[in-house]
Structures are given as C-alpha cells and as structure tokens.
Design a binder for this molecule. Structure first.
Ligand code: EPU
Length: 420
C-alpha cells in the first residue's frame, strides 16, 4: 500500500505539459476493437485505467505494443470472450466494450463496470440505446448478456445527455444497417475525438460535438490513427493550483477552448492569467473573490473540476456557494478539507464555503479520483506535511502526477505505508 506525502507551501514555477485525456483514451482504446485491421493511437496517458483496458484487449486476442504514449492495437484476430468480473470492475470505461463487441459480434457477456463511487451510476440509457438498435439485454445481478440478430439504425433520443451512453450507442451503431440518429447527445470534446477516430477508420458519423449525431452504418472499418486530445481536467486541476501557489506556472499543450468555463469563472474570481490557444500561464492571486458555482454538461462548468475547485473556494474572500448537478456523491473529500482547517458546510450535492482559511497538513484520504486531486492541491497549499492514502484513485487518472509537480518545485513523493 502506498501513500502520497506532501510538504506544502512551496511556490510552483516552470511548465507542466498536459497528457492525453483520460476520458477520451478510455473510450478510444475499446473503440479500436471495431477496426478490422490495426490502429495507432498517439498521446495515450500513462494511467492505470489504460493498463486495465489493455488487459481486456489481450483477453480478446488483440495484439498491442506500447511505446511511451504511442499505442498500437491489432484487432484483426479479435475473439469474443466473456469479460470476467475483476476486469469489468477495474474501471468505468470497461462498459465501452459492450457497444464495441455488440457491433462486432452481436453478442456480449460482461459485468457491470466499476469506477469511482460518486453516485449510483446506472447504465439504463446505454441499454435503452442498444435495445432501440435491436439488441436484447439480459441482466442477472451484475452480469449482462447482450444479443442481437442484427443491429438496425434508428432514431434515439437520450433521456439525459450522457457522455457514456452517447459513446456506447455510437460504437454499437457504426456497423448497424442504415441510419442512426442520436438526439440529446452529449457534446463533450471527448466525443468529437472518438467520432474522429471512427471516421478515420471509415465510419460515417456527422454532428459529433452537437446534440444531434447522425451515423450511417458501414460494413468494414480499416486501419487508422488518432491523437488523443489534451486532458482538460488535468489542465484545469493544475491551473486551479497555479491560482493558489503559482509563479508564472505554465500549463502547456492544452486546447484552451475546452476549458473556457473554468477560465471565465477564474476571471470572475479576480484570478489573473495569460492564455493563448494552447497554454495558460498563471500566478498566485492574493485577493480571490468568492463566487457561486454550479456544474453542468459541456460547455458548462465540468463536474470533474468541482472538487479541485472546492480547494480554491477555501482561499476566496467571503461566502461561496457550490452546486453539483451531475453526480449525487461528490462531496466525500469535504470532511478532509475541513480537517485541514477549511470552513465548508455541505449536503450531498451542495456546499457553502466561508473563506479564506489557512490549511494545515494532516492525514487525509483520496475518496475518489477528483476528490484525491483536491487533496493533492490542498496538501500543496497547506502548511506542514499532508499524507494521502487510497492514492490508487489518483493514479487511475493523473499521468505522472508526482514527477510533473516535482518538476515545477513541489515537495511531493509516493512512499510505501509502513505496516505496524
Ligand atoms: N446516467 C444515467 N443513466 C445512464 C447514464 C448516465 O442515469 O445510463 C446519469 C449518471 O448517473 C449521471 C449523469 O447521467 O448522473 C451523467 O452521466 P454520464 O453518463 O454523462 O457520465 P459517464 O459517462 O459515466 C463520464 C466521465 C466522468 C464525468 C462524466 C460527466 C468517463 C469514463 N467518465 O462519465 O468522469 O464526470 O462523464 O462529464 O468518461 C472523472 O473523470 O472523474 C469522471 C467521473
């Protein structure tokens, strides 16, 4: 068992290069099995979710080669196998194999996916999409069997603009007969990245990035390549950090447009930064204004930055109100921020923060991926030493977080927890 140890209070300067987006890569890797030949994926982040997905590819008889951030996948000898419980549960994104294998084999056997405990996380919208395309879904406890004699294009209006359901239905529909139209589709940048990958293979998808996606089914998908877009959540996490302890901290290799909602909010809070199309340079702000913040689907303020942002709110002058609208359980980290000295009152999906309050290092836990990132930010701005346990959550989603932070001046390390 490992923990992160941080000696806080150091000023950070230099450049942090942002890696490929976790939430794009974790869909692009399963999407690769739709290809009847080989695919090449650039800018793949080095995160444990990547490795768990590659384990599933190997189970399905794909050949892979990974060289730094370059992943090659040969799915020409793909075999359909039941994805066992331990692989299904390792992460959320295992469920993209439902859409992809349904498309290739018209038969899928796997378990309900895992992932962070940030809400109930049902997959009813995915299932309704598969059924609309002609599949039959049998659920026994946590085990899913999905079968179709054939998949036929149809009109599907999603109950909610779910990122996962939009991608999964897109994967299932690319080889369906005829035309599928997904209405109320999610518009996240990651969806455009995945649609581009499929189109590079010969799929006929239009409208990705808008709320109406049109897919004309094709029979064969050929060799293709794709570059994973920069991770807007990783970028946002470090930008928020820069507003608290940066000294010309440059967050580089980003698509700035993808984080417009964050930058608008920071401006409103009096935080100063210089932004161009691919980078943001930011320094500590001494007079942060309190704000009201509500998460929303893209292009609104992204839920995944709510927890990192809650650390900045502890440093803002006055009362900040926060409302989480996507997940029911993203407040687990608040008790640890309060343990460090914050003044936050919270319900399940909202909080009131009174600031500014200095934070002091202590023992805390990473309750989930972004809650863990919030603990890292809190530890870096706090006085004294913070130790964070359950760090596997953080390593699932932040590429080389220790090295990247050390390189800009942080005193942070991972160490083995000594058993008594
Ligand atoms: N929902 C349903 N039924 C469904 C699908 C979703 O009720 O069939 C609900 C969810 O319970 C939730 C809301 O709809 O309340 C949004 O869920 P969505 O499907 O959009 O989320 P997701 O695809 O499961 C992805 C990211 C999350 C991110 C959300 C929202 C991945 C692997 N995960 O999840 O990322 O918060 O979109 O943008 O892409 C993270 O990176 O920390 C993370 C949790």
């Amino acid at each position: 068992m490992k923990q992160i140890v941080i000696n806080g209070g150091k000023t950070l300067s230099g450049t942090i290069n942002i890696s490929g987006a976790k939430n794009s890569a974790v869909a692009i890797i399963p999407a690769a099995v739709l290809c009847d030949e080989q695919t090449t994926i650039y800018n793949v982040p080095n995160i444990s979710d990547r490795d768990a997905l590659i384990d599933i590819l190997h189970l399905l008889n794909c050949e892979t080669s990974l060289n730094a951030d370059l992943l090659k996948i040969d799915s020409s000898k793909l075999e359909n196998k039941k994805i066992p419980l331990e692989l299904s549960k390792k992460m959320r994104a295992s469920y993209y194999f439902m859409g992809a294998l349904l498309s290739r084999f018209k038969h899928v056997e796997m378990y309900f996916p895992g992932g962070c405990n940030i809400g109930k996380r049902p997959i009813d919208i995915h299932i309704k999409g598969f059924e609309a395309l002609g599949a039959k879904v049998k659920i026994k406890g946590d085990f899913f069997t999905i079968d179709a004699e054939e998949l036929k294009g149809t009109n599907i209006t999603l109950d909610f603009a779910s990122v996962g359901a939009t991608i999964n239905i897109m994967l299932a529909a690319v080889k369906a007969q005829g035309k599928t139209v997904i209405r109320n589709a999610a518009r996240e940048a990651e969806i455009v990245n995945i649609a581009t990958f499929l189109n590079n293979m010969g799929a006929k998808i239009s409208g990705a990035g808008t709320s109406v996606i049109r897919i004309e089914g094709v029979d064969y998908l050929h060799r293709a390549m794709i570059e994973v877009i920069p991770d807007r959540i990783e970028a946002g996490t470090y930008i928020i950090l820069g507003a608290m302890i940066g000294d010309n901290l440059k967050i580089d290799n980003i698509i700035t447009e993808h984080i417009d909602a964050l930058l608008s909010k920071l401006k409103e809070m009096n935080v100063k930064f210089i932004a161009d199309d691919t980078s943001v340079t930011i320094s500590k702000c001494d007079n942060i204004k309190a704000t009201n913040l509500k998460t929303a689907v893209y292009p609104g303020f992204v839920t995944d930055l709510g927890q990192p942002m809650s650390v900045l709110l502890t440093q803002a002058n006055g009362v900040s109100m926060f409302e989480e609208t996507i997940w029911e359980n993203r407040m687990g980290h608040v008790k640890y921020l309060n343990k460090m000295g914050a003044n936050i009152k919270n319900g399940n999906t909202n909080s009131i923060t009174i600031g500014p309050t200095p934070l002091s290092g202590c023992e805390v836990e990473a309750t989930d991926l972004r809650g863990g990132a919030a603990m890292v930010l809190a530890g870096l701005i706090a006085d004294g030493t913070t130790t964070i346990t359950s760090i596997e959550h953080i390593l699932r989603g932040y590429d080389s977080i220790i090295t990247k932070l050390k390189n800009v001046g942080a005193d942070i390390k991972i160490e083995e927890i000594k058993e008594n």
